[in-house]
Design a binder for this molecule. Structure first.
Ligand code: ADP
Length: 597
């Protein structure tokens, strides 16, 4: 039901009060007038009766109709009043208007009865004789102590009632006018009272709708209480605005912190529903940050490790650390720090806060390190075992060993020692290239590529000649690159060395240098055995070999291409291999021209 406005509550009440008051006053005033007029008439009739008594008093006893009636008629005409004279027995002996002999006994009339008791009696009633409402006043007629009769004067009330009705009409008209005027006045007053209330309620409504910049302003005519209320409400809105701003600011700060965090953060309630989830966590679980709110943890991830850590924190109310491997997407390793969320006031556990650290790279690095250690140990174990075997044989059989065997064992020791030496050397180069931040301290200079290629060719020439392999170099004289000559030469030697190593004798190795729009490309092309396609993606890994036996026989360490890759990375470049088994391979180093000439 629609509630009435204050104006329509105040106005009818005021109007009702005024109508009631004016009606009451009108009724009272008309009563007062009526009483006043009646009293006046009564007094007048009494005075007239006394005048008649004065005339009748001197008549000798007994009073009779023949003497009294003419006086009544005469005086009645003179003073325009009906005069009746009655004996104590109630018999009318004189009447100014009628024949007394025809009139009833008046002993029972109230005014007569009272006058017979010695008082002035008065009565108002309908006269059957004159057929009109009359006022009667009767006074006793005495002779000594004895009441000898009653003199009654009477007057029709029609004149008084006419006057009274005129007065009543005037009072009613006056009251109606007053009611109309006060209705108008009431409306104005009610509006004046209700208007500030309406302004206040409108202001409050605006505040409730969040428009806290709005200020309530009341007309100066509004009462001081309303002004105080408006000021208080304005102050409250201002403080609320400030508080909301502060809260929003805090919220934004928190949001910024959460967004910029690399750790995934998820807050859950006790039903394991998401209260909050930051961008990193959204990426981790592959969900939309905004849609994740209110979702169950199970909808986020099916990982049992995460579920159980959450359950444990909820039941034990203690922080938990754990490592899990997400199997759902991209097999990530996560370090989870789960803490109970406590309400600030009651210190009750209301949920769980999960912080996820992506430790996949750490794990991978650990795996790589483990593999590397295993690989190095494995690589070193073979030559060391060979050296140990040869050395022990030499020691055991030093007296009865022929020169050929002696030389053979010594050669085994030398060959394996130099193999260990090569592995260690390559490992040192690799560690130099991988070390951080030392790699950034590597000095770069403008290198003439033609000179660099010829130097690398020279370094491999003995080996090439041994295998009767021709190395052809094609490079413009003016082609330069910004880089480290030592590492670049090493990378080229590795590539040319491999090309010779895995090519049949009598074949050709071509070393070419070109520049494209944004890169300088050094290519080493051979006509060797080539690499099957399934091995191509892994040939740049450390200790990865396609043909282990051949590599070892040729004195390979399995680290040559890994060094090439890292040298290219050092120059912000990349490596590439194209190969057709049985036809040959093309290894290339691409160096961006931003760092080249
Ligand atoms: P290695 O010391 O064994 O040569 P690398 O890292 O230099 O180690 O090369 C890794 C593997 O890639 C080699 O064992 C070899 O099987 C293959 N490979 C490298 N270069 C060539 C090439 N030019 N032709 C054919 N296979 C090659």
């Amino acid at each position: 039901m629609r509630k009435k406005s204050l104006l329509w509550q105040l106005y009818p009440s005021y109007l009702m009060i005024i109508i009631l008051c004016l009606t009451g006053i009108g009724w009272y005033v008309s009563g007062v007038f009526r009483d006043f007029y009646f009293n006046q008439v009564r007094e007048d009739l009494s005075a007239r009766a006394k005048l008649v008594r004065f005339h009748v008093k001197n008549l000798s006893e007994p009073l009779n109709s023949q003497r009294v009636d003419p006086i009544c008629k005469k005086l009645g005409r003179l003073i325009s009043t009906r005069i009746t004279i009655i004996l104590p027995s109630g018999v009318v002996i004189g009447d100014s208007e009628k024949d007394p002999t025809l009139m009833d006994n008046h002993a029972t009339r109230p005014e007569i009865r009272k006058a017979l008791k010695g008082y002035t009696g008065a009565s108002t009633r309908f006269s059957r004789t004159l057929r009109t409402r009359m006022m009667y006043v009767a006074i006793p007629l005495r002779s000594g102590d004895k009441i000898t009769g009653v003199i009654r004067t009477s007057k029709p009330l029609s004149a008084i009632e006419k006057t009274l009705s005129e007065i009543r009409t005037k009072i009613i008209i006056g009251s109606l006018g007053a009611i109309l005027f006060s209705a108008l006045l009431c409306f104005v007053v009610s509006r004046r009272i209700s208007k500030p209330v309406r302004t206040l309620s409108e202001g409050a409504e605006r505040f409730a709708h969040g428009n806290l910049e709005y200020r309530i302003s009341l007309p100066p005519s509004a009462s001081s209480e309303f002004h105080i209320l408006a000021e208080t409400m304005n102050r409250m809105a201002k403080e609320l605005e400030l508080k909301i701003y502060e809260l929003a600011q805090q919220g934004n700060e928190l949001k910024t912190v959460l967004t910029s965090m690399s750790e995934g953060v998820v807050a859950l309630d006790l039903d394991k529903r998401v209260i909050l989830l930051n961008g990193a966590a959204a990426r981790l679980f592959n969900v939309d940050c905004t849609k994740a709110q209110g979702k169950l943890l199970e909808e986020l991830t099916r990982d049992t490790g995460i579920q159980s850590v959450v359950d444990k924190v909820i039941s034990e109310k203690k922080p938990e650390y754990t490592e899990v491997q997400l199997r759902e997407n991209s097999k990530k390793y996560l370090l989870i720090h789960a803490t109970p969320l406590e309400s600030i006031r009651e210190k009750l556990v209301v949920g769980v806060l999960l912080v996820f650290n992506d430790i996949t790279r750490l794990k991978q690095a650990e795996e790589i390190r483990k593999d590397f250690v295993a690989n190095v140990s494995h690589e070193l174990r073979t030559p060391i075992t060979a050296i140990k075997g040869a050395a022990e044989t030499l020691l055991d059989q030093k007296t009865n060993m022929n020169t050929d065997d002696y030389e053979r064992f010594l050669k085994i020791i030398v060959r394996n020692t130099s193999r260990i030496g090569r592995i260690v050397e390559d490992l040192l180069i690799l560690s130099q290239l991988e070390k951080w931040p030392e790699r950034f301290a590597v000095e770069f200079e403008q290198i003439n590529l033609s000179t660099l290629l010829l130097k690398a060719k020279d370094a491999c020439s003995i080996y090439a000649e041994k295998k009767r392999i021709d190395i052809e170099v094609f490079c413009g004289n003016d082609l330069t690159v910004l880089g480290n000559p030592h590492f670049l030469e090493q990378a080229l030697i590795n590539l040319i060395d491999n090309a010779i190593k895995y090519s049949p004798s009598g074949s050709k190795v071509i070393v070419k240098c070109e520049k494209s729009e944004d890169e300088v490309i050094i290519r080493v092309i051979d006509q060797g055995c080539g690499i099957p396609p399934e091995h191509l993606p892994r040939v740049f890994e450390r200790f990865y070999r396609v043909d282990k036996g051949r590599s070892r026989d040729e004195g390979g360490t399995g680290l040559g291409l890994a060094i090439v890759k890292h040298v290219a990375y050092l120059h912000h470049g990349r490596v590439k291999v194209e190969s057709t088994p049985g036809e040959g391979s093309i290894f290339s180093i691409h160096i961006p021209r931003a760092s080249s000439g």
